[in-house]
Design a protein around this ligand. Sequence first.
Ligand code: SF4
Ligand code: SF4
Length: 490
Amino acid sequence: MVSAVGMGANRFKHEIISTPEGVERCAQLVVEAAALGVNFFDSAAAYSGGKCEEILRLALRQIAGKPYICGKSSSHQEKTRDAVQRHIERSLKNIGIDYFDFYYMWSVKSIGQYQEIMATGGPYEGVVAAKERGLVKHICFSSHASAQDTVQIIEDGAFEGVLLSYSLLNFRENNIALETAERSGLGVAVMNPLGGGIIPQNAELFKPAVLNDDIGISDAALKFIYVHTAVSTILCGVENELELAANVKSLSVMDQKAGIRQTYVTANLGAFSEFCTGCGYCNGCPAGIKVSALMTAFNQTRFKSDTFIYNRTSTELIKQGNFFRAIEGHTEFENSVNPCLNCGKCEKVCTQRLPIIDRISEIYRWVEVSCASLFDRKKRLESLLSNQYSRVGFYTAGGYTDFIIKLYKRLLGDFSFEVYVFDSNPLRWGGELSGGIFIRNPEEIPGLNLDVVLISNYVYSDQIYEDLTVRFPTVNVQRLHTDNDVPWIF
Ligand code: SF4
Ligand code: SF4
């Protein structure tokens, strides 16, 4: 009997596990989990920066009895019967145990990969041989394949258990796999129960899944999974004692409202199967596109949002803004030409079966219309701050002007004109913007003989334009942002 909460061991943070003390702290968390009744621990040599097995070894010395331990090998790395056996032997030695209770053929993404695993002399033969030697009790697979492929693999009958992604995000499409596993007598461990963090990050959106006495969305999300009789255990990646205790508490009582919960959720959250979970399997794009970063940010556009992009209310602009806000700092767009080669590599491995190619093409359309590429911004700056100008003003003196000045220098080199900065706030007059540019009273504008005053601010662009053009009708005032632009910075 495995515990309702299983412990995933891939979420220990890099900054913690990088010291021996940090590794010991993680081991203590495993010990604490065992004390709370958790008896199912997931592992893989590569998890948590390669420290997972060491953490388990340290913890198991302090745990009475032997909990159930899972191991994994990847058919991309251990491709042969012998390689799998060597991998198992090494992992057992590292953890300090004699056998794995459950051993997974890791991350099976397609029928083609499954066939490679099952080929003569291949990985499956290795794990069967290990089982015959007493090194493995149950042979399982973890599936990132489509629900249909997962069903086919289950029905082939080679495995005793399956590790599946199942959550409020993808329950519709994965129900069939869950039902097939149950009908076929496989043990089911669920991974990604909170959709890689998407569910708690959008608690408001998932509210329909929360029943009255649930303690928030994470509690409701775990309970929703566990009311399925097919599910044996839920792998929760925990980072600290509080999360651990909350997870155990969520699943420590039988849910009396199973029927209500399922009806509720099915009726209200049917559309949430289209989210990127950030698993990263799609990385390595031959065109250099940071696919998982783009797809994770794209999630933001799938949520209904009543958050305006500052004071803009156009639905389309809000959608784009939510995307660019989420991607800011992760990636830059050199230009608006979509570099995707349509090779399909990313879609083939996508654990959520997302239409990545279409989404990338949508994103590049936004990049074009929103002036979000470096190339388009350079063109805009060149056209607004023409080389023939010798005296240029920026208004207002906040982060926007700072950003624009830095961007200009980065894209076009040093200014070939004198720069003046203005702000309506008297408290700022006489102060300096970075680069040592003095902040001035806008009343100085007419006397400075400026060629142009550029409104860099996004939020009040229209109001400032109206104000300046009324007060200084002879001054050339221009806006950096057009109506179609997303903010150049958020
Ligand atoms: S389809 Fe496009 S985004 Fe996906 S891997 Fe190929 S080039 Fe990259
Ligand atoms: S696009 Fe698919 S494979 Fe890539 S990170 Fe998202 S869910 Fe994972």
